[in-house]
Design a protein around this ligand. Structure first.
Ligand code: ZNH
Length: 141
């Protein structure tokens, strides 16, 4: 669980990210597919060309879900319960991919807000994303 200082750091960087949901969402997915092409296999039905309508839509959905977790930072499990079931029972995304996507989200945020991305914010944001990933993968059998 996050300390008070870590929660504050997450909330602070999120205030910036929230103004750029779509751009950061798309960039994170583009980084994911470019660096880890095997992740594209989950999206055979998507047009994955740069800035496609589907990439923008999905990028926004992922980042908005992270926003819900920020708003419910003391109950991330409750806030993401439905998404957790979706990923475990329907999408069946291999848990290793969550680390990859988290890394790409982290890079996108760092690249956009280099001055805000202090070592403390980096550490807190990384821990927060890891918490989201463990919630989204905990229902796997
Ligand atoms: Zn996921 C979907 C979030 C990770 C894959 N996702 C989704 C959605 C959301 C999300 C919000 C939508 C839902 C509805 O619609 O209802 N994810 C998320 C998050 C995360 C994730 C937050 C982390 C952080 N995913 C992931 C990964 C993968 C995925 C890692 C692989 C690689 N997802 C997915 C898919 C889908 C989703 C495939 C479906 C899409 C469509 O649309 O079809």
């Amino acid at each position: 669980t996050l300390t008070q200082a870590e929660k504050a750091a997450v909330t602070t960087i999120w205030a910036k990210v929230a103004t750029q949901i779509e751009a950061i969402g798309v960039e994170s997915l583009e980084r994911l597919f470019a660096s880890y092409p095997q992740t594209k296999t989950y999206f055979p039905h998507f047009d994955l060309s740069q800035g496609s309508v589907q990439l923008r839509g999905h990028g926004s959905k992922v980042l908005n879900a992270i926003g819900e977790a920020v708003k419910n930072i003391d109950d991330i499990r409750g806030a993401l319960a439905k998404l957790s079931e979706l990923h475990a029972y329907i999408l069946r995304v291999d848990p290793v991919n969550f680390k990859l996507l988290s890394h790409c989200i982290l890079c996108s945020v760092a690249a956009r807000y280099p001055n805000d991305f202090t070592p403390e914010v980096h550490a807190a944001w990384d821990k927060f994303l890891a918490g989201i990933s463990s919630v989204l993968t905990e229902k796997y059998r």
